[in-house]
Design a protein around this ligand. Structure first.
Ligand SMILES: O=c1ccn([C@@H]2O[C@H](COP(=O)(O)OP(=O)(O)O[C@H]3O[C@H](CO)[C@@H](O)[C@H](O)[C@H]3O)[C@@H](O)[C@H]2O)c(=O)[nH]1
Length: 453
């Protein structure tokens, strides 16, 4: 048997929509290089994806957590609980399995860290997010006192730039909408312990954030591999959605609707798999989109509007536009990567989840950023002030702001400039995943590093 086939890598993704697909893309790549891959999944959010990944083994940890635990605990405490429950279960599994050579785990499922250490197994951390985000968590931990201030003092402090972390302001650091600062700090302390890993892998590219790559290497003193965007690698396989509802709603008709629209004319609106929208903002958004007179494709995820379960209470003018016009299409979940690649899509309104940012960049589509929680603030600053392919809409939304923002993104001089930069960035990212590019090189170095561990 070829020596490379003997290297067995255990990979542990976080059970969330924004995390599993990128790790599965990495798994497909490593599998294509001859590594024997076993994916350890949690029972929580489990859906059998094995048919889409022939040649990869799967094992499920029976964590016993359910959707109602997630609702009652909230996302932060849920992640902390998941890690506590899974650590002994993984240890038990690995005690009976003596053929693992290497572990790669998502940064938010840090439970394998201690297990690997106890069993003397080398390990690496996988981040489905940017290197800048990793550093921003450390900055937030060092500066959490800024969030104890009140009123005007707090407002002006948070506007200041963070020293040695250009171009981020304190308010761009990744605070959360899902729990208290105290619990967030506990989670970030766990997520940020990385110096015992033999490397950190980011689904990002050096052409996007080379400055932050070296800063991350300095912070943790281990190699940092920017291997993305992983969905663009040759071996990437589309990973089915984790949610049944979303799998069933995968509305291909929206692509047919897009076929009928003019080039770069449609604004696509989606807020990822977790972000919530207040009902009042939702109504203003709906009316602003109608008033912008720009064709739009809007993902309204079931359960994503606080205090509302159906679209019935939306103003009549909106329902008329969606039901009878050619101007609008509403879906519960869209084939986002295909949508963004469609020639009709000229702009993207998004919460700045990292996958959505990478997908917009790799499609050359400029964005409006409306961050909701965590790293989305960091990503927004990168999009607006580093790559300059987007602008942010801050503060309370009303229909006029929505209307003018949509028009700013889709038509006019500013729009042309952003689209030009987005097209240039797309080319850089494409080059980075091609043979000879930085992400391609990082993947090859990663292979060498696992081989020699
Ligand atoms: O209708 C839709 C909407 C979304 N998506 C996909 O769902 C993923 C969403 O990921 P992302 O844009 O990163 O958003 P979240 O689901 O919010 O992701 C979580 O995980 C990310 C990676 O760590 C973080 O950057 C986010 O802040 C965090 O909320 C993307 O691949 C989209 O293509 C679809 O396929 N169809």
């Amino acid at each position: 048997m070829d020596e490379i086939l003997q290297k067995r890598v255990l990979m542990i993704p976080a059970p969330f929509e924004g995390h599993l697909p990128s790790m599965m893309n990495l798994a497909s790549f490593l599998s294509s290089k001859g590594f024997a891959i076993t994916i350890v999944r949690t029972q929580y959010n489990f859906y059998d994806i094995s048919a889409d990944f022939p040649g990869i083994n799967f094992f499920t940890i029976d964590d016993g957590l359910t959707e109602s635990d997630m609702s009652s605990l909230g996302l932060l405490d849920f992640i902390l609980e998941l890690n506590s429950l899974c650590e002994p279960l993984l240890k038990e599994f690995l005690t009976h399995k003596d053929d693992v050579d290497f572990i790669i785990h998502d940064e938010f499922v840090y439970f394998p860290r201690q297990v690997a250490q106890d069993l003397n197994l080398p390990k690496m951390v996988f981040s489905a997010s940017s290197a800048a985000t990793s550093i921003s968590r450390c900055m937030l931990m060092e500066n959490q006192d800024k969030w104890l201030l009140h009123g005007e003092e707090a407002r002006s402090k948070l506007e200041e730039l963070v020293p040695k972390f250009h171009p981020f302001r304190y308010k761009d650091l990744p605070v959360t909408a899902y729990g208290s600062m105290e619990r967030l700090m506990l989670l970030y302390r766990n997520v940020s312990k990385r110096d015992t890993s033999s490397g950190i892998i980011h689904n990002s590219s050096n052409c996007l954030e080379n400055l932050f790559t070296s800063a991350a290497e300095d912070t943790w003193g281990v190699p940092v591999y920017l291997v993305g965007p992983l969905h663009m690698t040759d071996s990437a396989t589309t990973c089915p959605s984790l949610f049944e509802e979303e799998r069933n709603c995968n509305n291909l008709n929206c692509l047919r609707w897009l076929d009928k629209q003019g080039k770069n004319s449609v604004i696509y609106i989606s807020m990822g798999s977790l972000a919530m929208t207040q009902k009042e903002e939702f109504v203003e958004m709906a009316m602003g989109l109608v008033q912008s007179n720009q064709p739009f494709l809007w993902v309204i995820r079931p359960g994503s509007i606080t205090g509302q379960n159906s679209l019935d209470s939306l103003p009549e003018q909106f329902s008329q536009t969606v039901t009878h016009g050619d101007k609008a299409f509403v879906v519960s979940w869209a084939p986002q990567k295909e949508v963004l690649r469609h020639r009709a899509v000229g702009g993207f309104w998004n919460h700045c989840g990292w996958n959505s940012c990478l997908e917009s960049i790799s499609s050359g589509v400029p964005m409006i950023c409306r961050p909701y929680s965590g790293d989305q603030r960091v990503n927004t600053r990168l999009m607006t002030h580093v790559w300059q392919t987007a602008f942010e809409v801050e503060g309370e939304l009303d229909r006029k702001i929505v209307e003018t923002s949509v028009r700013k993104l889709m038509v006019g001089d500013e729009s042309k400039k952003m689209r030009k930069r987005a097209t240039e960035l797309k080319k850089l990212v494409e080059d980075s995943v091609s043979i000879g590019g930085s992400s391609y090189g990082a993947l090859m170095s990663l292979v060498d590093s696992i081989m020699s561990s």
